[in-house]
Design a protein around this ligand. Structure first.
Ligand SMILES: CC(C)(COP(=O)(O)OP(=O)(O)OC[C@H]1O[C@@H](n2cnc3c(N)ncnc32)[C@H](O)[C@@H]1OP(=O)(O)O)[C@@H](O)C(=O)NCCC(=O)NCCS
Length: 175
């Protein structure tokens, strides 16, 4: 049984990063993330068309956090509050003691080991504070950067399939 009470939002820090809650002022960077062709290439989601789409998304995310359904962090470089990416834990299953992880980084900040640093911290939080026993990541079979990242973070190929999306594969990490 996991300990999911996100009333007091968990701010996480690493050597270079601060992971904080999304605020409405992040709308410009969220719009960039959700409209950039390269970032969205393998995500199969509806592209944001306007800043309003980004604002609505931020409000929706914070409503889910309020209900303890998911956690969604803005990734920032410590000392600079501007959002450069996001990382989230969602689809919690108390029955199976597991959740899913998702992440995205603005292209200018890729290739610097930033997401690896964020993923390792969030894994630690998921296992040791929330108490899940397994984390799953679903991604497009051609998303090589995501595969590389997950392997570096010790995720392994799993046999789990998403029957609604045949191009997705699943990697998992067990505590
Ligand atoms: C998936 C994604 C987050 C990976 O980003 P990334 O920057 O490649 O990931 P990492 O943080 O692991 O960085 C790795 C790179 O940083 C380099 N690096 C530089 N400095 C580093 C450091 N101090 N520590 C570690 N790596 C470092 C590594 O060599 C590596 O480069 P390479 O891939 O050219 O070998 C990014 O491609 C992305 O946002 N994609 C779009 C969204 C997406 O597909 N999300 C996945 C949904 S499932």
């Amino acid at each position: 049984m996991s300990n999911r009470n996100f009333t007091s939002f968990p701010i996480l820090t690493t050597e270079r990063l601060t992971l904080r809650q999304l605020v409405i002022n992040d709308q410009q960077e969220i719009f960039m993330l959700r409209s950039d062709g390269e970032v969205n290439k393998y995500l199969g989601r509806k592209i944001a068309n306007s800043i309003d789409d980004a604002s609505n998304f931020i409000n929706k995310i914070n409503a889910h956090i309020h209900k303890n359904d998911s956690l969604y962090w803005a990734i920032t470089l410590s000392g600079n509050n501007v959002l450069i990416g996001t990382i989230c834990l969602f689809s919690f299953s108390d029955e199976n003691d597991k959740c899913e992880i998702g992440y995205e980084l603005l292209t200018n900040f890729q290739g610097q080991g930033i997401m690896k640093e964020a993923v390792e911290k969030v894994i630690d939080y998921a296992f040791n504070i929330i108490g899940v026993q397994k984390i799953e990541a679903f991604f497009h079979k051609d998303n090589q950067r995501s595969i590389k990242l997950l392997k570096k973070c010790s995720f392994r190929d799993s046999t789990v399939l998403d029957n609604t999306a045949p191009d997705l594969i699943c990697y998992q990490l067990t505590n």
